[in-house]
Every structure is written in structure tokens, then in C-alpha cells.
Design a protein around this ligand. Structure first.
Ligand code: ADP
Ligand code: MG
Length: 693
């Protein structure tokens, strides 16, 4: 029997281990650094590094690495061994405080969006002591932030840490006025991770999955997800073994893997951890994705984290559950039970509502990618329009606050700070799955992020925009002669002015985009439309004010994101061209030839050749059509080289290349429905989705 409490976190240099292995003073100093974000003294770092090394070596490690999260959205590591030569030709295992605190990887091959010219290729990684070191594949991993020598962020973690500081400061300003004794506020995240598992042998036969991570062709299988029999269905034995293995590995790394189940689409699953502080939740989610992929290999699966691996069935998202709480254990998005707690809650709630309304553009931009464009607005994920779901009860309360409308017939008006809010049961706040941003009782669930995305980006935006509104609120409240009245007015005014973003209806309905437009909400449908909003003047001002991104960093990010979009589409287009030319058209030709031969034989003996002749005609027409579409896509790709500006290029990929890809696919997929199975070069949707035992 495995004893989970015993091995949980056994591969993590966590607080318990620090306490056990560090001298008292060192432990205290380190804890202070962790709690207050103070800089770490080198003497302390030396002792910590040595203790970490001893522990890691005992556990069989030979190397350490500064583990970081470059702009690729993946994680990166460069391994260094602990060996240090001695005079007598031997080695000892050493790890210094300097090596722990700072690394200097050659950074020239990571995307920097022009931030770092190759002649000054060096970047540096700096330990984030709030995230524990851990052991992965016999290597001691130090979670770090990655910057250029001028201090510009080259990663996703640095801005996230900066945004955490912003929300901490702003929220504390507000809390002070409510008489709270909290000294630190953190944002929490619980990311629900969706993924697909397909058989590895089948995967290896599909160039599109190998190169693009998604199927670029594929006719629908006879069965899809219409029977609704997969969601929460019994987990297949092989999948269950995979999930068990995955859980164990995550637990060893101190990751609170909690819930696992089958998702809506066939072969789709979900894993949800218990939520944690934003930066740690982000690290853990990156690790989870990595270990999901690695474990799949062991079990003969390929884990697909792409946002839309299959057309016609659900894609995968990553619901980002987000809340803010104090070090005194108060969740600031929990309505609470007393009038004063309620008033504080309503203020934080209004701040989130206003922030989301004011900064719809960057919230949308923070989840933009070529892969996620397939999901947003399809019938499985919220549309690309940002709106907030509050549920009828809470909306009713807010209405009563603003308009003096009766709430549940009991009160003429809800009075802030006097009346007690009614209880909102979770099931009434969690019903609407079509909303991109839903209040679910004591947290918001941002449902737009795609499965592959690092949650660093959206949470950086969330933390910053809420910090901004809280600061504006604090400016007003700190000057108030009468706190209660000013608070009252502020909440009322904010709710009134931001009612346009609150939408409790069906976000998947056809009427919603038109209604949203009337309300003045943005509908940034694609990545090329969404990403440049990062550099709108109001957003540059916001991020600069909080030191989250400098203007230069924002420009570099836009460049990196659009460049990534273009490269993704380019790879997809080239893969489609290759598949059509080398596999699909040849398969059609072989089958046509076979049919034509058979037709001739049939004719020769006076048999009915209608099937063969008919099919030859239909397939030849389709093959010719596919060939034409193939040519059109090739032409479209060639023209890309003429465009230099990255925004223009991204728009071109979206409008021209992507459209040409869709046309080629439609025609090739029709061929698939007609060609004999043994002639078809790839495992089909049916085989990929249903044949795993
Ligand atoms: P669902 O009905 O969407 O599955 P759950 O209550 O199971 O909702 O929560 C899903 C995720 O939300 C989990 O990762 C959970 O840890 C996280 N979560 C719960 N409470 C909070 C909170 N206060 N802040 C952030 N995340 C939270
Ligand atoms: Mg959820």
C-alpha cells in the first residue's frame, strides 16, 4: 500500500526540510525572505545551497539547473553538475550560494522580441525563493526568473511576480481602511487542466500531430461526443493506470493533484489541483504539463495539450480559478457573513468587475494563440467576447443596491454595510458554463485560457488590472470625510457604470455577439486582432505604472506573440502541403487506379461496373479539386515572404493562409470518406478517439 502523506512532497526542498536541515538562524533568515520578498544575503544563500546539495546528492542527483519559463511558454533548463575538481585529481560535490541565487545561461536562442541582441546574448536567472526547489529526473531544479542584463524580463515569471507585488500593495491600502491587520495579500490560482490521450503508435503515423500537435485533416468519425457518454464516464484501465502514475509523480513534487475525470470529448480528460499562490500554481501547472507528457510516453500514449486537436469535437481549455486572499486567512472574494465583511466584499467585487470591463482587450490578448483561436467562439468554449457571469442572485443584489429595486421582496433596498447579503449557494453561481468569466461563489473562473497556455500571462493581467482599480478606489476612499457614504457611492457608481459587462445569459447563442456589440463590448476574434492591444496607450500606461512590463517589454511581447502565431500557421500550412502531396493525393490515385482496373475487368465480363466507374469519377473530381486547393495554399505561403511587418504578416496568415488551409482540408476530408480504409495513409478520427482499450 502506498502511503501518500509519507511520500507527498518527498522530491521538494520544502519548509519542513529547510527546518530540519538548516541552522536555526539561516532558516529564520530564509523564511523572512520568503515572507517579505527581502533580498537573500549571500552567507545565508551559501548555507542553504549546501544543504540543498547534500539533500539532492543523497537522493541520487548529480546535477542542478535553474529552471525557468521563457517566452516559448514552455520551461527551460541547462544542467550543471555539482562536481568541483580537487588538487589531487578527484572531485567533490559543491554548490555555492552564488550558484543558487543567480545563473547566467546564454540566452541568445530564446525569443526576446528584439530585447536582446545576440552580441549581448547573456541573460541571467534569479532564484524565486517563494517557490521551492525540487528534484526532477535526478536533477535539482531551482525555480527562477529570467532577465536580460538590463533587467528586462525575458520570461513569463518575472512580470507575474511583479503583478503579485502590485495587487499586494493596492489591496493592502484598501484593507487598512477596513481595519484589517493583514500584512500580505496574494492572488490564488487553481488551474483545471484538460488534455487528450491518444495511442502513441497511431500518433506516430500522423505528420500533423507530430509537427503541429493537432490534426490538420480528418473526416468525422461515425460517432462524436453526441451521446454525452464520456463526461465523468468510467475511466478505461489503461488511462486509469496513466492517471495513477501521474498523480503519484505530482504528489512527490508537492503538487496537490486532486480531481481527475473523463471530459466531454472522447479520449479527453481533466486534472485539477488544489489551488495555490499564483506563482507556485504557475510553476506547478508547467510541471504538471511536462509530467503529463512524459508519463504518457511510459504508458504508450501521446498526451495532446493542443487547444483543438480534433475538429468537430471539444477542444481543451484550462479554467483559471482566481481569488485574492490575505495572510490572515480571509478570501477577499468571499461574501462573508457580517455587514462589514459584505461591504468589503462588494468593494472587491466591484473592483474586479470594473477592471475586467476597462481591460477586456488585454484579458482577451492574454489568452491569444493560434491554437486557442479554434476554441473561442466554437460551441464548447466561451466566445472571444469578455463578459462576466454573476448569477441571478448576486445580480439581483447588485440591482437592488443600484436602483433600490426590491430584492427577493424582502428589502426595498440593500444597504451596504447595514444589511446582510443573502447566502449564495455554489450550485446557483456555477450553472452557466458559457461565460468566459464567471463568479463561482468565492472566486472567479476565467474560462478562456487554452489547455497549453502558461497561466502566467492571464494572471499577470488579472492581478495588474485589479490592482489598478483598487488603487483608484483607495485614492477616493483615503480622501473621504465620511468613509461609509463614500464607500456606498463608490460601489453604486461602479456597478452602475459597468453593468454592460455583466451577462448571465447564454454566451453560445447566436444573438449574443450582436447584443454584446450594442453594449459596446469588444469582440477580438483572432490573435492578430487581440495581441496588438497590449501596446494601446492606456495599457502601456497601466503596465508601466505598476512596473509589470515596461513599454519596451510590451513591444517585445507583441512581436514574440505575433511571430509565434505566424510560425505556427506556417508550420501547419507546410505540413498540410506535405501530407496532401506525399500521402493523400497518392492514396487517392492508388485507389482510383485500383477501381479503374476493376471497372475494366468488370466491363470485360459484362458485369455491372457502376460502383467502380462512379467512384473513379467522383474521386478524380475531388482529387483534381484538392490539387487545385493545394496549389492555392502553396501560392499563399510563398507570398508571406513579401511581407515584413509582423502585424501585417499575422493578419495575412489569418485572412489568406488560414482560409486556404480550410479549403484544402474540406476537399481532402471528403476524399477520406470515399477511399477504402486500407488505402488511407493515416489513422482516422475514429481510430484515434475510440480504439484505445
Ligand atoms: P468546478 O466545479 O469548476 O470543478 P471546483 O470547486 O472543483 O470547481 O474548483 C475547481 C478549481 O478551483 C480547483 O483547482 C480548486 O482548487 C480551485 N479553487 C477553489 N477555491 C478557490 C479559490 N478560493 N481560489 C482559487 N481557486 C480556487
Ligand atoms: Mg471549473
Amino acid at each position: 500500500m502506498m502511503n501518500v502523506p509519507e511520500f507527498f512532497g518527498s522530491d521538494v526542498f520544502n519548509e519542513a526540510l529547510m527546518k530540519e536541515r538548516l541552522p536555526k538562524d539561516t532558516f529564520k533568515a530564509l523564511k523572512k525572505t520568503i515572507a517579505n520578498g527581502d533580498p537573500l544575503n549571500i552567507d545565508v544563500a551559501n548555507v542553504v545551497a549546501n544543504a540543498m546539495k547534500d539533500w539532492a546528492v543523497e537522493k541520487g542527483c548529480t546535477h542542478y539547473t535553474h529552471w525557468f519559463q521563457p517566452m516559448t511558454g514552455l520551461t527551460a533548463e541547462k544542467l550543471d553538475s555539482f562536481i568541483s575538481p580537487t588538487d589531487d585529481g578527484h572531485v567533490i560535490m559543491e554548490f555555492s550560494g552564488k550558484e543558487l541565487i543567480k545563473g547566467e545561461p546564454d540566452a541568445s536562442s530564446f525569443p526576446s522580441g528584439g530585447l536582446r541582441a545576440t552580441f549581448e546574448a547573456r541573460g541571467y536567472t534569479a532564484w524565486d525563493p517563494t517557490s521551492y526547489a525540487f528534484i526532477k529526473e535526478k536533477t535539482l531544479c531551482i525555480p527562477t526568473a529570467f532577465c536580460s542584463y538590463n533587467g528586462e524580463a525575458l520570461d513569463k515569471k518575472t512580470p507575474l511576480l511583479r503583478s503579485m507585488e502590485a495587487i499586494n500593495k493596492s489591496a493592502l491600502r484598501i484593507l487598512k481602511m477596513f481595519g484589517s491587520d493583514a500584512t500580505r495579500v496574494v492572488a490564488n490560482v487553481g488551474p483545471e487542466q484538460e488534455y487528450f490521450l491518444v495511442d502513441r503508435e497511431m500518433y506516430a503515423k500522423r505528420k500533423d500531430l507530430i509537427y503541429a500537435g493537432r490534426t490538420l485533416y480528418g473526416a468525422p468519425a461515425p460517432k462524436g461526443q453526441e451521446m454525452e457518454d464520456h463526461y465523468f464516464g468510467t475511466i478505461k484501465t489503461r488511462v486509469a493506470a496513466y492517471m495513477k502514475d501521474l498523480d503519484e509523480q505530482l504528489w512527490r513534487l508537492g503538487i496537490y493533484a486532486k480531481t481527475k475525470h473523463n471530459e466531454v470529448a472522447p479520449a479527453q480528460h481533466e486534472l485539477a489541483p488544489i489551488y495555490g499562490t499564483t506563482n507556485i500554481a504557475t510553476d506547478h501547472n508547467q510541471l504538471t504539463m511536462e509530467i503529463m507528457k512524459r508519463t504518457a510516453r511510459k504508458h504508450g500514449f501521446k498526451c495532446l495539450l493542443h487547444e483543438k486537436p480534433f475538429a468537430g469535437i471539444n477542444g481543451s481549455g484550462k479554467h483559471n480559478n482566481w481569488s485574492i486572499s490575505t495572510n490572515t486567512g480571509v478570501n477577499l472574494l468571499d461574501p462573508g457573513k457580517t455587514p462589514s465583511e459584505n461591504a468589503q466584499f462588494l468593494l472587491f467585487l466591484s473592483a474586479v468587475i470594473k477592471a475586467v470591463n476597462d481591460y477586456q482587450d488585454i484579458l482577451r490578448a492574454s489568452v491569444a494563440s493560434a491554437g486557442n483561436d479554434h476554441r473561442l467562439g466554437a460551441n464548447e468554449a466561451p466566445p472571444a467576447i469578455i463578459s462576466i457571469f454573476l448569477g441571478d442572485e448576486l445580480t439581483g443584489v447588485l440591482d437592488s443596491i443600484v436602483n433600490g429595486v426590491k430584492y427577493e421582496g424582502q428589502r426595498v433596498e440593500m444597504e451596504i454595510g447595514v444589511d446582510v447579503l443573502p447566502h449564495f449557494p455554489k450550485d446557483t453561481t456555477d450553472r452557466n458554463r458559457t461565460s468566459p468569466f464567471a463568479f463561482t461563489g468565492n472566486k472567479f473562473e476565467f474560462r478562456m485560457p487554452g489547455s497549453k497556455l502558461s497561466v502566467a500571462g492571464p494572471n499577470t493581467v488579472l492581478n495588474t488590472i485589479v490592482a489598478k482599480v483598487l488603487d483608484d478606489f483607495a485614492d477616493v476612499l483615503e480622501k473621504a470625510d465620511n468613509f461609509q457614504d463614500t464607500l456606498d457611492d463608490l460601489i453604486k457608481k461602479t456597478i452602475k457604470e459597468n453593468q454592460n459587462i455583466i451577462f448571465n445569459g447564454n454566451g453560445y447563442s447566436e444573438e449574443w455577439p450582436a447584443e454584446a456589440e450594442k453594449r459596446g463590448l469588444l469582440n477580438l476574434k483572432s490573435t492578430p486582432e487581440a495581441v496588438p492591444t497590449y501596446i494601446a496607450p492606456k495599457n502601456i500606461e497601466l503596465f508601466s505604472k505598476y512596473g509589470v512590463y515596461t513599454e519596451t517589454e510590451l513591444h517585445s511581447r507583441v512581436e514574440i506573440l505575433l511571430d509565434e502565431y505566424c510560425k505556427t500557421l506556417n508550420i501547419e500550412a507546410l505540413t498540410m502541403i506535405d501530407m496532401a502531396k506525399k500521402d493523400i493525393l497518392p492514396a487517392a490515385a492508388t485507389y482510383i487506379k485500383e477501381l479503374a482496373k476493376t471497372a475494366e475487368l468488370a466491363k470485360g465480363c459484362g458485369a455491372d461496373d457502376s460502383f467502380e466507374t462512379d467512384m473513379v469519377k467522383r474521386l478524380s473530381t475531388l482529387a483534381a479539386q484538392t490539387y487545385k486547393k493545394l496549389g492555392a495554399l502553396e501560392d499563399a505561403v510563398v507570398k508571406c515572404h513579401e511581407i515584413e511587418d509582423v502585424q501585417e504578416l499575422a493578419a495575412y496568415y489569418h485572412d489568406v493562409v488560414f482560409t486556404a488551409m480550410g479549403e484544402l482540408r474540406a476537399s481532402a476530408d471528403e476524399i477520406e470518406t470515399l477511399v477504402g480504409e486500407k488505402y488511407w495513409p493515416y489513422p482516422t478520427y475514429g481510430q484515434l478517439l475510440f480504439y484505445v482499450k
